[in-house]
Design a protein. Structure first.
Length: 241
């Protein structure tokens, strides 16, 4: 079978301009982000790292909730450009600092952040273990890693029919919600992304149990998982250092 490999960045550059009109319109996505912010317990003066910030939907919700400061990283220049326009427009230059860098390459001082958060970004990272270890290191003692992700294990061979059926069960619901909330444009984008899940082309999802294990192996003391109400495929994990 032909192996499809495309630079993640290229794909997100292309998606950036319509991100807020596609996934950004889907209510269950906002429910996930709201749950992440709520579970993070963010408070005044906290230093927050948002990994794979995209157009800034999560970072802005953190700032809505508390007078914190956010460092936001993403590998896509185009996503960050859109986010920077919002920062400028909302006069938030002193509160948000954006850096174009991949999660795999980020270097921060040990013990720098109160909260590290990532929503539907880290499943794009193929080799997750070193990234989770890096997240652990850059958190303060007692700091929290808050992960909002799909709870579906898509590892395995792309030509395994049982795996295909399992992924399609998730995608049916995903497509239904995209069409309902974002119309044809959102559906079309999620439909294209669905093929990437099936072919393991830039989408490398694992189950919440697997994320939990990665966190414990990295040294986190405990990890608690909460479901997004009404959409069982999405969960929020809070791991404490
Ligand atoms: C589905 S979007 C999520 C954006 C935002 N967190 C949200 O919830 O709306 C995934 C984001 O992760 C970024 N991304 C993908 N792979 C990445 C990597 N290896 N390092 C950093 N960012 C990455 C993409 O550029 C994109 O902006």
């Amino acid at each position: 079978m032909k192996q499809i490999t495309r630079d993640n960045r290229e794909w997100f550059q292309e998606w950036a301009n319509e991100y807020d009109n596609t996934l950004g319109k889907v209510k269950r996505h906002h429910k996930l982000l709201d749950l992440v912010v709520r579970e993070s317990g963010v408070k005044r003066n906290d230093l927050v790292l948002d990994i794979g910030c995209g157009t800034g939907l999560l970072s802005l919700k953190f700032l809505d909730k508390a007078d914190c400061s956010v460092t936001a990283i993403d590998s896509s220049a185009q996503m960050l450009e859109i986010f920077r326009e919002k920062i400028e427009k909302c006069n938030l230059n002193g509160k948000i600092h954006c850096i174009q860098i991949s999660a795999e390459d980020m270097v921060f001082e040990p013990g720098q952040f109160d909260i590290v958060a990532a929503t539907v970004a880290l499943h794009h990272v193929k080799y997750k273990e070193p990234v989770i270890k890096n997240i652990y290191n850059c958190l303060k003692d007692g700091g929290r890693f808050v992960l909002g992700e799909m709870d579906i294990d898509t590892t395995g061979k792309p030509d395994d029919p049982q795996r295909l059926v399992r992924i399609l069960q998730y995608l049916i619901r995903e497509y239904e919600l995209a069409m309902k909330d974002g119309g044809v444009q959102a559906f079309e984008r999620m439909y294209d992304n669905g093929k990437k899940h099936i072919l393991n082309d830039g989408e490398y999802c694992i189950g919440m149990g697997q994320w939990e294990k990665l966190c414990r192996d990295a040294g986190f003391k405990n990890a608690e998982v909460s479901p997004v109400k009404g959409f069982e495929w999405f969960k929020v994990l809070v791991a404490t250092k």
